[in-house]
Design a protein. Structure first.
Length: 83
């Protein structure tokens, strides 16, 4: 069973759209944040900080480079929220 409810998954999507400045209809699970959406390291750090605040978790610095697309962010959030 997934730790991420539909509400949490939607909140993750909303945060990604907000911090990468992507329209919700343009976002999919597999497109790469940097290559496909033009994200930079600062926007990804801001995204991680927003997720930490929203879900009351701490993302390890080693996991930041793993946040390459929406599917990876879901997987990361699920792992941290399962702890």
């Amino acid at each position: 069973m997934s730790v991420l409810s539909e509400d949490r998954m939607q909140k993750v999507r909303d945060l990604v759209c907000e911090h990468l400045e992507v329209e919700p209809g343009e976002l999919n699970d597999t497109e790469l944040f940097v290559e496909d959406y033009g994200a930079d390291s600062l926007s990804l750090i801001d995204l991680a900080a927003a997720m930490e605040k929203e879900f009351n978790m701490v993302i390890e610095q080693d996991d930041l480079p793993k946040m390459v697309n929406l599917a990876a962010v879901f997987e990361l959030a699920e792992r941290y929220l399962a702890i």
